[in-house]
Write a protein that binds this ligand. Structure first.
Ligand code: TNX
Length: 541
């Protein structure tokens, strides 16, 4: 049935009102993840002037953060925002980024104070300054995300923030094996992580469907093993230079890359390239389906350990971070005792390379090795084998399949994803506590959390972003904010305010029904009207 003229007029009036009404001003508490302490002072708002200067402690890493802040603000404001290394003890207007000795702030914390005279940020490290810059970015109007100058009053809400992370390990994983994603997509993902104060990017580099990292000593891995992906597409791989670029881009954003080579299972692509590693020394056909658990490198063949040592050795050299992830999941065809001995040997190889081993929680039964981390992806909250490994010294990163798996569908009618671990809407992503999630595991054993995105059904950057937003910020809040700030009613309001930011940044997010998204905000009017910025991205639903 058609609508009456009166109904149509009412709809038109509401749409017009949404376009005319200025967006609600940003409040000091509107930050995701929620800062530890927020003290607003509504008499102390700061209007960023066109001649503002960014003053930074004379330290190269701090100055780099100052330059990042300037680069963030210049496009939308059109202001020159010069960066100087002359931060003084007394506020002098503009934005100050200052390194201090304040032990309370730890390795990543910061204080941010907005007064009518300017903004002052203090941290013990450049990383703390960097996180503060992400907060500052969120305190400016959403149009700050625009790539071209916008006529806007660049007001920051007055008051002060003290902020520190709950967990040191806050991450996401991208499976680049099931579908390959080019370097540019990975860099953009790193930007998304940094925005929400996540500091680990786990790259699932190898699986049955494709081997994605060039290895000089075993060149066919990437060239042959990388030429496939789920669904029969062309696949691809990262050269060493590509991988170095990813790692450096991440480091500049205070994100550490954790590369994963999945062993001994999930290795069909490696066996296609090097049949000598297969138990029957015969090349299997390339695999482009989505089953798991059928392939494995031969644990009884010494050549397998040469392969593991060479691959992990090259990866260790390319990776500045402390961790190497050895997979270990779903090796269904390898008997338990053989599997445990294999994992123990690989753990020793990693230790010998000076790195700390991470593995999926299936490696729990293997002997402990210094510092080892299990990534738990169960769905039940009760896992005696993992709890036992923790008693023997292991630490945990939590990726509960039924809360943190970003490849699960949001709802029965959202287009992409699996549902083997259930549907994960935004409340479900948010409503769990990493501190007491696993029975028999003390809170101190939990290093943090990680949200994996498996990509059997995820094929493009837009699809990656649809699965990440808005669930990734929910995970980020669990990882960063103190438990005392955990509050769904408050979170959904803060999250809603990010919709217009994502739109301005070209992120096609899922407009989850549990979140009170603002009406599509007025598109900022570009001052120098380039026609290609005059519409918002169309992938909104
Ligand atoms: C299980 S989680 C897997 C992956 C799949 C994923 C799909 C884990 C360690 N292994 O191989 O991609 O489920 O959700």
């Amino acid at each position: 049935m058609g609508r009456t003229a009166g109904e149509l007029a009412a709809v038109a009036q509401r749409q017009a009102a949404a376009l005319i009404a200025p967006p609600a001003p940003v409040r000091l508490g509107d930050v995701v993840p929620a800062p530890e302490r927020v003290e607003p002072d509504t008499t102390a708002d700061y209007l960023l002037p066109a001649d503002a200067v960014i003053r930074v402690s004379a330290d190269p890493a701090a100055l780099a953060v100052g330059e990042q802040l300037a680069a963030l603000l210049r496009p939308a404001t059109g202001y020159p925002l010069p960066v100087t290394d002359t931060v003084g003890a007394t506020p002098t207007g503009g934005i100050a980024l200052q390194l201090t000795d304040d032990a309370d702030l730890g390795a990543e914390g910061y204080r941010l104070a907005v007064t009518t005279g300017g903004v002052r940020i203090r941290a013990r490290t450049a990383t703390g300054l960097f996180h503060a810059v992400q907060t500052l970015r969120q305190l400016l109007p959403p149009a700050v995300e625009s790539g071209t100058p916008v006529a806007e009053r660049w007001v920051l809400p007055g008051g002060s923030i003290l902020d520190r992370p709950r967990y040191p390990h806050r991450g996401a994983m991208l499976d680049v094996s099931r579908h390959f994603f080019p370097v540019a997509d990975v860099l953009r993902l790193i930007d998304h992580l940094a925005r929400y104060k996540l500091n680990r990017l786990h790259l699932h580099l190898t699986d049955d469907q494709g081997w994605r990292i060039a290895v000089d000593s075993w060149p066919r891995l990437a060239v042959v093993g990388g030429a496939t992906e789920v669904g029969g597409g062309p696949g691809g791989h990262y050269t060493r230079a590509d991988y170095r670029r990813i790692v450096a881009y991440a480091a500049a954003r205070h994100v550490t890359v954790i590369p994963e080579v999945d062993l001994p299972g999930h290795t069909n692509a490696a066996l296609v390239a090097y049949p000598e590693l297969a138990p029957d020394h015969t090349a299997p056909p390339p695999y482009t389906g989505t089953e798991v658990g059928f392939s494995y490198v031969d644990p009884a063949n010494e050549r397998t350990y040469d392969f593991v040592a060479d691959v992990l050795g090259e990866l260790a050299t390319l990776t500045p971070g402390q961790w190497l992830h050895i997979g270990g999941d779903e090796a269904f065809k390898v008997p338990a005792d053989v599997y445990a001995r294999f994992v123990e040997r690989v753990q020793r190889i990693v230790a010998g390379l000076g790195k700390t081993v991470v593995g999926w929680h299936q490696i729990a039964p293997a002997a402990h090795v210094d510092g080892r981390i299990l990534q738990w992806w169960g769905t039940s909250g009760d896992d005696p084998v993992t709890a036992d490994a923790v008693r023997r010294g292991a630490r945990l990163v939590l990726s509960p399949g039924n809360h943190a798996y970003l490849d699960m569908k949001y709802a029965p009618d959202t287009p992409i994803g699996h549902d083997w671990a259930g549907l994960i809407d935004v409340p479900r992503a948010y409503d769990w506590d990493p501190g007491d999630h696993l029975a028999g595991v003390p809170a101190e054993a939990v290093l943090g959390i990680e949200a994996p995105l498996w990509t059997e059904s995820v094929t493009t950057r837009a699809e990656v972003e649809f699965m990440l937003f808005p669930r990734l910020p929910a995970i980020a809040e669990l990882a960063w904010s103190p438990r005392s700030r955990h509050d769904w009613a408050d979170f959904r309001q803060r999250l809603a305010g990010h919709g217009p930011r994502w739109t301005a940044a070209g992120i096609a997010y899922h407009r989850a029904p549990e979140v009170p998204w603002p009406a599509q905000p007025p598109v900022p009017v570009p001052r120098s009207a380039p026609s290609d910025r005059s519409t918002t991205p169309s992938a909104q639903n």
